[in-house]
Every structure is written in C-alpha cells, then in structure tokens.
Design a protein around this ligand. Structure first.
Ligand code: GDP
Ligand code: MG
Length: 311
C-alpha cells in the first residue's frame, strides 16, 4: 500500500499525500518504512520555516507569502505544527482561519500536525513528514512552528531557510528565548511594525545577530495585513534559498548526524533497560547502596561478559 501511495504522491496526488501523512503520524512503523524507501530520492521542494512566539503574526504573514508565491505559479505546501495541548491554548484553529482564503486554492496544500500526545516525538515525525512532502512536487514547503523552544530549533534544522518572526517592543523576551533559535534564523522579521517600538526590537537584533557563512541575516519590517510589506520578505527568502547551497549541505550533514544519534540513544537505552540486571542496579543506586559511577561500571562489565559468552 505504501508503494502505491508513494507513486501517487510523486505524481502530485494530494489526497494520497494527506493519507500517508496521517498514517505516518499515527504509526512509527509506517514512518520507518517510508523513510527507508524515500531516503535517497532527490528533494525538489524548498523548505521554509516560520518560527517565533505565539501572536506575533506568523500565520498572517504566511497567508501573504502564499498569495505571492502562488500568484507566480508556484505550488506551496504548509505544515502547521503545534506541540501544545488543545487545553493549554493550541492555536491550529486560528492558523487555519488566517489561511482560510487559500483552502480552496489548488496550488496550496495545508496540513496541521497536532502533536499534543507525544511532544518528544514531534520533531522527528515532522522531519520525516517534511521529507515526504519534499517529494510531492511542491515548489515550496512552509512550516509554522509555535514557540521558540527545542522543537522549533530542531525543526528549523531541516529547513533551507528559517524566518524568525518578532514584533515591536521585544528585548527581554528575545533574551528569554531558547538561545539556539536566535542563532539559527536566517532572516529576522519585525512584524506589526504599524505599532510603536519596532526600533527597540531592531536595536536588540542588530546588537545580537552576526554575519555567518557569507550571509548577513537581514532584519525586515512587515505589516501582516499589507502585502506590499511582505514582498521584500519573499525576495529575501528567495535570495537566501539561492545562496544556501554550501551552508545547506552543512546543515543537512549536521541534521542527519543528530537524527542518527537520537535514534541510537533511544535504542541503546532500550537495550540497556532490557538487561536483566538493569532494575537491580537502579534499585541499588536509589537505595544508596552503590554510587552511580560504580553501578554503571558494574552493569557494563556484566553486559560485556554476557556478550563474550554469547560469542
Ligand atoms: N497590528 C497588527 N496586527 C497584526 C499584524 N499581523 C498580524 N496581526 C494580528 O495579530 C494576531 C495574531 O496573528 P497570527 O498570525 O495568528 O499570529 P501567530 O500566532 O504568530 O501565527 C491576529 O489578531 C492578527 O490579526 C500586524 O502587522 N499588525
Ligand atoms: Mg499561527
């Protein structure tokens, strides 16, 4: 079944794409199978990440970007990622409403991923799903992530271009962000610049953003409702996409290493936990009968002996 869906997806079938994304979301086994099959396929779509605190206007901006890109004849996919639970303020509904006018646009494919149940697995499934979308004949894929935490940083690593959206009067708030996102962003946007205080955010950014790998991250002021202010942003995104080749290769190398190490960590831990001595060692440490350094050394010693015995 996966093969049939993949074939359809390669031919631009969006229903098949939607179906396989659902299967991948629900079942890690399907994800594994899909990735094994598509891993070496060349990627066509360029992936752009919009990240930033809730309420700064990411969805409003993406709505404008969609208009601009599709009016040029591009096909664009959008993934909305919200790792928060619907009870604590999930925002997917609001995002969809802001992009409503594109719901019937045949050049736009919008998909939300609600990840409330398994926040740890979010970035991994998003990465896998992005890989799949990149095969689907879309020219651009836009990812909106909420917040500036670990997930946003991890997702941004798989994108060709990361846009960090901020708004006026931010200074301390930027400082509070997960350090990584400020350094990962390729383009900074100060949206809502119809409001006072854009200079404050701009001054903070100018002091903290550095030129890297031959690219000076631009700071662009926008007004989400005003298409004309978003045009320069789209131009900068395209400029970055065309310059990125070298830096992107480095990015992907780093990403693949991280993904491999993540999986390895998970499997190695599972393997350790399955060892019959594991629980006993944990108890000994918990009851202060052994210090954790000795306990780990002994556990490894025992496992080594078992492996040698098996040979
Ligand atoms: N004043 C002003 N409000 C904006 C602007 N862009 C978006 N908004 C409003 O800000 C609120 C949050 O926008 P939204 O796009 O949902 O933000 P997101 O959470 O970052 O996706 C909405 O009420 C928008 O209408 C802007 O440039 N100026
Ligand atoms: Mg939004």
């Amino acid at each position: 079944m996966i093969d049939t869906l993949l074939e359809k997806i390669r031919n631009g079938d969006e229903i098949a794409l939607s179906k396989l994304i659902t299967l991948m979301e629900e079942d890690e086994g399907v994800r594994k199978k899909v990735i094994k099959k598509i891993f070496a396929c060349p990627v066509k779509g360029r992936i752009i990440c919009f990240t930033g605190p809730p309420g700064v206007g990411k969805s409003t901006l993406i709505d404008q970007v969609l208009s601009i890109l599709t009016s040029e004849g591009n096909k664009v996919g959008v993934i909305l990622v919200d790792p928060r639970s619907p009870f604590t303020g999930g925002s997917l509904l609001g995002d969809r409403i802001r992009m409503q006018r594109h719901a019937t646009n045949p050049r736009v494919f919008i998909r939300s991923l609600s990840c409330a149940e398994n926040p740890e697995g979010v970035s991994r499934s998003v990465k896998d799903i992005l890989k799949l979308m990149a095969l689907a004949g879309l020219d651009y894929i836009i990812v909106e992530t909420v917040g500036t935490g670990q997930i946003a940083v991890e997702v941004s690593h798989i994108c060709h271009t990361t846009v960090l959206v901020l708004m006026p009067n931010m200074g301390d708030d930027i400082q509070m962000m997960k350090a990584g996102i400020l350094e990962t962003a390729d383009i900074y946007v100060i949206n809502k610049s119809d409001l006072n205080g854009a200079e404050l955010t701009e001054a903070y950014l100018k002091d903290n953003v550095e030129k890297r790998d031959g690219w000076t991250p631009p700071i662009i002021k926008t007004v989400g409702y005003n298409r004309a202010t978003v045009v320069p942003l789209v131009e900068k995104i395209k400029e970055h996409l065309s310059k990125e080749s070298c830096r992107y290769r480095e990015k992907v190398k780093g990403l693949l290493t991280t993904m491999f190490m993540d999986h390895l960590d998970e499997l190695a831990l599972k393997f350790l936990k399955n060892n019959p001595h594991f629980e006993k060692v944990v108890d000994e440490v918990a009851e202060c009968k052994k210090d954790y350094y000795t306990a780990i050394e002994e556990l490894f010693e025992k496992m080594k002996k078992e492996v040698l015995k098996d040979d």
